[in-house]
Design a protein around this ligand. Structure first.
Ligand SMILES: Cc1cc2nc3c(=O)[nH]c(=O)nc-3n(C[C@H](O)[C@H](O)[C@H](O)COP(=O)(O)OP(=O)(O)OC[C@H]3O[C@@H](n4cnc5c(N)ncnc54)[C@H](O)[C@@H]3O)c2cc1C
Length: 451
């Protein structure tokens, strides 16, 4: 008998959530993480006495992460909500209710609510702007859906956004009776206040988390998974091929983004159609480009989330918000400015270390700072520190790239092997919540019961 019931590769939110649920239900869980920190793309770092998330991480309130906390019997951290949405329109900041009439807004949401559940998937490949054109009377209602598209799915411009995905996201909130203003908030204490309790819970229930331990290879034989191979021994040469040792388990879960999957899973032996499918999807990503400034005062109301549909120079959309900072420098504020991009329109972050790409990345961030300073003069001369950043958000939620166009959690022809995270079919919704949604589906599969 193997020592571990389940080995999970990757300690991002999906791997940690899955591990916490399985450990809670009595499974012996081993979680391997290649980095020296938890949280994956959503990790939190300490910087000059500040607690900083790795780029803006604003969890939505779809309920999946909250469900994991319920299962493990821990309180979910408090979120500071963004209760006000403001659009830069006709040269000034306007709240949604000033842009469109109450009746028009109500009508638009009634249309979202009226799509029969079984029809939603059929709208996956319909661009959102085309769907809205079917009922929009003026340009303002387009602006509202454009705002919702950009704020619920980083990098997806309105015309690149899947209508089915958008409706699913909206319905997750509407079904819980939540208002638009309650959709998302920043966790007090940063993202670590969400992922650390998950890790603690795994260990408390007898699981083990190994940091700085990359999985080198998923081992399969005769149509089933056998375990995970890791390097062992002391490294004498940089180029040394250390021996691999397999830790056995009947269940292995790759909690990795699709663009990292074939670094650990050998293509050989897998059906070509599935390998080609992953290869096609893995770089169709959306991206977030941000600068975080440390200020004494928030640049505007702390509860406001501001959006510029088209920035004057770059033509990209811009997102702006403040958050209180935590750690020793409580009292200062973080001001986040961001561009969002689609894989086809911004420098390729999958190859960010290529000199040509690096040059473009620098230029893009310079432009973001330059045009943001025109909108927010507070940036000039009042900044204690700044951090510039560019990261891959996830697979774009665009027509042709969502729903059935994504691989499900099962790896074909290999029993006991699964993939979870924000890139799979079961990950409908917004980033982190969608990743955890897929983890819950996988937990049910492994446990053979509802969780
Ligand atoms: C800048 C930015 C802003 C974002 N903002 C938001 C937001 O506001 N709201 C939101 O909901 N989502 C946001 N997201 C998306 C969100 O971060 C992801 O959806 C979510 O974190 C995905 O979690 P995951 O567990 O699926 O994958 P990941 O977080 O990518 O976790 C995968 C883990 O696997 C590890 N790993 C990789 N290879 C190996 C190996 N060989 N062996 C062991 N471990 C390995 C990695 O180090 C990593 O820890 C944002 C993303 C970025 C980049």
């Amino acid at each position: 008998m193997s020592r571990w019931d389940v080995i999970i590769v990757g300690a991002g939110l999906s791997g940690l959530s899955l591990g916490a649920v399985l450990a809670e239900r009595g499974k012996r869980v081993l979680l391997l993480e290649k980095e020296g920190y938890l949280g994956g793309r959503a990790t939190t770092t300490e910087f000059e006495g500040h607690v900083l998330d790795d780029g803006a991480h604003v969890p939505s309130r779809a309920g999946h992460i909250e469900r994991v906390f319920e299962i493990i019997g821990r309180p979910y951290p408090e979120l500071s909500a963004f209760g006000i949405g403001e659009i830069y329109y006709k040269g000034k900041w306007m709240q949604l209710r000033d842009v469109v009439s109450h009746e028009e807004l109500r009508d638009a949401f009634a249309r979202v609510a009226a799509v029969p559940r079984e029809e939603i998937d059929k709208l996956n490949d319909v661009p959102l702007d085309r769907w809205v054109k079917g009922f929009a009377k003026g340009e303002e209602i387009h602006l509202v859906f454009n705002y919702l598209a950009t704020s619920t799915s980083v990098g997806n411009r309105y015309q690149n956004y899947s209508t089915g995905e958008m409706i699913t996201i909206m319905r997750e909130f509407m079904d819980q009776g939540k208002k638009l203003t309650e959709m998302a908030g920043v966790p007090r204490g940063g993202m670590k206040s969400i992922y650390e309790p998950l890790a603690e819970s795994i260990v408390q229930k007898g699981g083990e988390i190994r940091l700085r331990t990359p999985a080198k290879m998923i081992v399969t034989a005769k149509g089933r998974v056998r375990g995970v191979a890791m390097e062992e021994g002391r490294r004498a040469l940089h180029s040394q091929a250390l021996p691999l040792r397999t830790v056995e388990s009947d269940n292995v879960v790759c909690a990795l983004p699709l663009w990292s999957l074939f670094k650990v899973l050998p293509r050989k032996g897998l059906p070509a159609w599935w390998v080609n499918w992953i290869d096609y999807l893995k770089d169709k990503t959306s991206q977030a480009w941000s600068v975080i400034y440390g200020l004494d005062e928030p640049a505007f109301d702390l509860s406001a989330f501001r959006w510029v549909p088209t920035m004057p120079k770059s033509g990209l959309s811009g997102i702006f918000f403040n958050m209180p900072t935590y750690g020793d420098k409580v009292g200062q504020y973080q001001f986040h400015i961001s561009y969002q991009g689609h894989y086809c329109e911004l420098p390729d972050l999958h190859n960010a270390d290529l000199a040509d790409n690096r040059q473009q990345i620098e230029a893009q961030l310079d432009l973001l700072e330059e045009e943001s300073a025109e909108l927010f003069p507070i940036i000039k001369g009042n900044v204690h520190w700044k951090v510039r950043h560019a990261g891959i958000y996830g697979i774009a939620q665009s027509p042709g790239l969502v729903g059935e166009k994504r691989p499900p959690i099962f790896v074909p022809e290999v029993e006991g092997l699964y993939i979870v995270g924000d890139c799979v079919r079961e990950a409908v919704g917004i980033g982190m919540q969608s990743a955890v949604r897929s983890a819950l589906v996988c937990a049910e599969e492994i446990l053979g019961e509802k969780v």
